[in-house]
Design a protein around this ligand. Structure first.
Ligand code: DGL
Length: 262
């Protein structure tokens, strides 16, 4: 039994798509979220920079008593989770590229993955693809610019659809029937993506599987058994109004505090 909070972090607001699943799947757990919007996007940064930023955030979350940390960022997982696991004595749950479920589900034997440049270049993606996609064609697109769209709340601008079309249409031409969202910002674009792909392509968002893994780890004596209401503290290094806007889309009925990191 451990009533301390779950720590969750991302380069910005994208990890809130994972936080949302934590609220649903682990309703008794308190959370502390850190969105590093000031430094987003991480996808164009060097591995060393991402490790440095992720370490500073982890220090912050541990100073707040977090018992486990979900690295709700594919890019930070690829660059930094190994270092974090070596350095700190608490469990870290990272994002998975989700090519395994895509490979299991595909009928056309063609799957698409959109992610940041850093995720697609990372060893983790390479190894997972080699392991699970031997009999499947994997088509990838580094979807530059989408993280910024979510960060700045530009989802309904016409340029968003244009950019999504640019990345997704070439994948559709490869006859994909599974599209993996390899960045935690992209679920916020899901409605727009669905408008482009129609009904024949299945979207895979790894957040559920990642939170299920966090739950399994916590079930080993670390679940919160306190019957008092869970509390949620969300910190942003960016504009607080942007975080409020995304959080309000997820939940308005919770014990939530949103604070700036100064
Ligand atoms: N949400 C992050 C991810 O899952 C975005 C990375 C970035 O900031 O470029 O990769």
């Amino acid at each position: 039994m451990n009533n301390n909070p779950i720590g969750i972090f991302d380069s910005g607001l994208g990890g809130l798509s994972v936080w949302k699943e934590v609220l649903t799947m682990l309703p008794n757990e308190s959370t502390i979220y850190y969105g590093d919007s000031k430094n987003a996007p991480y996808g164009s940064k060097s591995k060393e920079e991402i490790i440095e930023l992720s370490t500073a955030i982890t220090d912050f979350l541990i100073s707040k008593g977090c018992k486990i940390i979900i690295v709700a960022c594919n890019t930070a997982t690829a660059a930094a989770i190994k270092t974090l696991r070596e350095k700190y004595n608490i469990p870290f749950i990272g994002m998975e590229p989700a090519v395994k479920p895509a490979a299991e589900k595909t009928i056309t034997k063609n799957i698409g993955v959109i992610a940041t440049e850093a995720t697609l270049k990372g060893n983790h993606f390479k190894q997972t693809t080699e392991k699970y996609c031997q009999n499947v064609n994997v088509f990838t697109r580094a979807a530059n610019g989408l993280v910024e769209i979510v960060e700045k709340n530009l989802i309904d601008e016409p340029e968003t659809k244009t950019l999504l079309n640019k990345y997704i249409t070439p994948l559709l031409e490869k006859n994909i029937d599974q599209l993996v969202l390899g960045c935690t910002h992209y679920p916020f674009l899901q409605t727009k993506i669905e408008e482009i792909i129609g009904n024949n392509v299945n979207i895979i968002n790894p957040a559920l599987a990642v939170v299920a893994q966090a739950k399994r780890v916590l079930e080993n004596n670390q679940l919160n058994t306190n019957l008092e209401k869970a509390t949620h503290k969300l910190y942003t290094s960016g504009k607080i109004e942007n975080m409020i806007c995304v959080v309000n889309q997820i939940s308005t009925n919770l014990n939530i505090e949103i604070k700036p990191i100064l």
